[in-house]
Write a protein of this length. Structure first.
Length: 95
């Protein structure tokens, strides 16, 4: 993967996690749950909940799903078509 693609992927991951972190924090505060209470419900440490609310893009999906479930949210991952593949020459267009 090129460095540019890596940077783009890292930026997209950060953006997605920031949105999920906002939803998580809103749900926790709506339920009036403390971070330790969410951690107990999710079976993780408090630091993990703090990382999730901070939008850490390096969290495991299963861990994030447990934290989201603890505040009544369902984590759903969906893949959408991204940019189309660039053709290097006209010969590829014939394929």
């Amino acid at each position: 993967m090129s460095r540019r693609r890596t940077r783009v992927a890292a930026r997209r991951a950060s953006e997605q996690m920031a949105r999920m972190a906002t939803e998580l924090t809103l749900a926790r505060s709506t339920l009036a749950l403390s971070i330790p209470a969410v951690a107990r419900r999710a079976g993780v440490d408090r630091a993990t909940v703090v990382r999730a609310e901070a939008g850490s893009p390096s969290m495991e999906v299963s861990t994030l799903a447990a934290v989201m479930t603890a505040v009544g949210l369902d984590l759903v991952l969906t893949a959408y078509p991204g940019q189309t593949v660039r053709l290097n020459d006209s010969g590829q267009m014939l394929l």
